[in-house]
Design a protein around this ligand. Structure first.
Ligand code: BES
Ligand code: MN
Ligand code: ZN
Length: 490
């Protein structure tokens, strides 16, 4: 896919589709188009064929123009970022349903911020093109180029920037989705390690290294290894470094939970819906998606991606409820429930990150079913030991439409993790499950600014549309980009 921006005479741009966002009142370029089409657009509105309500689409052909079409895209009633994003998505999917190869998107009628708008458009076009395929080669795309048109010459540079960024985010989301959707018999810890290594191929800014179980044992990662103990698949700790800035710039470290299948272990999960636990690696997949996007967009920032990857299974070597394990930090953990395994692999990864002298650490995990009870499938849970970091992530969520909501980490919750037999228990009882899980992680993140995103509700959808969403790549990328912009300014 090629994305370009142009402010040339609208009807002179060679294209077979023109996406025209409009309400019932036509704006400048819509009016001009209408005029050149003898009022074809306004008569559709007048007759009631097209109301202009948000996300409504209507494909009209331009008579005598050889299959050229205009896709009317309703905008009325869309004002928030979230609503605008939904409208743009509706436009992108309407476009994808046509056999169009070359499209023009009229940058009028939606947002005043051309960079943001172009970014969401490019991202939506990329994500609308994703289709799961188990094979190596996906079907060739019909749509080859999209031109973002703006009447304001001064907005061209910003729009171009937005297109490059949004395309990278969309491709990063698709990468994460593909890994998430792959079945657990293909997408094993070793498979993820291979993919992470492939990312670095030919990329000067990227290096991947993978620790095996023997190496993790040397580092005393007894907590992580207690999870993979019950599986025949060896666990891996994947480390991907993206260096886009000077080596002296402290990195943002992203830690992504990758349980490639979560059976619950000896605390076995019920059978219903267990297949969806192939998605328990979506945190790790989002880290790979982000690195993919950073490579495409070449952001001037340093990022380290850490992916603890294991399979949680109940074989004869499996950890049993009541077992006590020693984490890399030296803290002992009483494993009261082997299904609370995410925190057991994350805590060792969160200790390991100390060696990178992080500026900030963000972990991403499909950690608790409880976050779905609290926030549903729409919003990720955010917990942090730093108010500024939490604020920054919340606004990145709003800007990218990949929203999060903060939950508290009061010390009273932390005391629910008391154990009679170890420094800490791995579960805190039936209440406030998302918070106690974060409090558990908080015991291992005291030395740096840290935030935790619980994406158990948002990383995939269930039911007829079952599939990975590519979240939280957008919020993470927005956060990283804002950071790159700030460091440039400072
Ligand atoms: N991977 C699950 C969390 C999960 C559950 C995600 C359902 C999406 C849907 C996690 O490993 C887990 O099993 N958590 C337990 C924790 C409990 C044992 C304290 C849970 O949420 O039930
Ligand atoms: Mn579990
Ligand atoms: Zn899990």
């Amino acid at each position: 896919m090629d994305f370009t921006a142009s402010s040339a005479q609208l009807l002179n741009i060679k294209a077979d589709s023109l996406i025209l966002p409009t309400g019932p009142q036509l704006k400048d370029s819509a009016q001009a188009l209408d005029k050149s089409l003898d009022g074809a657009i306004s008569s559709l509105i007048k007759a009631g064929d097209f109301s202009g309500r948000k996300s409504e689409t209507l494909v009209m052909h331009i008579p005598g123009a050889n299959g050229k079409r205009i896709i009317l895209l309703g905008t009325e009633g869309a004002t928030t970022n979230q609503q605008l994003i939904k409208v743009i998505r509706a436009g992108a999917s309407a476009l994808k349903k046509t056999p169009s190869a070359k499209a023009v998107w009229v940058g009028e009628g939606l947002s005043e911020d051309a960079e943001w708008e172009a970014g969401i458009i490019a991202r939506s076009i990329q994500t609308a093109s994703y289709k799961y395929s188990s094979g190596k080669k996906a079907k060739a795309q019909k749509l080859k180029t999209l031109t973002y048109w703006t009447g304001k010459k001064g907005s061209l540079a910003a729009a171009k920037k937005g297109l490059g960024y949004g395309s990278a985010v969309g491709n990063g989301m698709n990468t994460a989705r593909q890994l998430g959707n792959l079945p657990a018999n293909i997408c094993t810890p070793s498979y993820l390690a291979t993919q992470a290594k492939a990312l670095a191929k030919g990329q000067a800014k990227v290096t991947t290294s993978v620790l095996n179980e023997a190496e993790m044992k040397k580092l005393k990662m007894g907590s992580l290894l207690s999870v993979s103990a019950g599986s025949d698949e060896p666990g891996k700790l994947i480390v991907i470094k993206y260096q886009g800035a000077k080596a002296s710039v402290k990195p943002v470290v992203l830690v992504g939970k990758a349980v490639t299948f979560d059976s619950g272990g000896i605390s076995l999960k019920p059978g219903r819906g267990m297949d969806e636990m192939k998605y328990d690696m979506c945190g790790g997949a989002s880290v790979i998606g982000v690195i993919n996007a950073l490579i495409e967009n070449q952001l001037p920032i340093n990022v380290v991606g850490i992916i603890p990857a294991v399979e949680n299974m109940p074989n004869g070597q499996a950890t049993k409820p009541g077992d006590v394990v020693t984490s890399m930090s030296g803290q002992t953990i009483e494993v009261l429930n082997t299904d609370a395994e995410g925190r057991l692999i994350l805590c060792d990864a969160l200790t390991y990150v100390g060696r990178f002298k992080p500026d900030t650490v963000i972990d991403i995990a499909t950690l608790t079913g409880a976050v779905i009870g609290a926030l549903g499938k729409e919003t990720a849970g955010l917990l942090s030991n730093d108010d500024q970091l939490a604020e920054d992530l919340l606004s990145s969520g709003l800007r990218s439409g990949d929203r999060a909501w903060r939950l508290p980490m009061y010390e009273e919750y932390d005391s629910l993790l008391k154990s009679n037999f170890a420094d800490i228990a791995n579960i805190g009882g039936p209440q406030a499950g998302t918070i106690t899980a974060a409090c558990f992680l908080g015991r291992f993140t005291k030395k740096y600014k840290w935030a935790h995103l619980d994406v158990a509700g948002t990383a995939w959808v269930s039911g007829a549309q079952k599939g990975s969403t590519g979240r939280p790549v957008p919020i993470l990328m927005d956060y990283l980009r804002s950071k790159a912009v700030k460091s440039k300014a400072g």
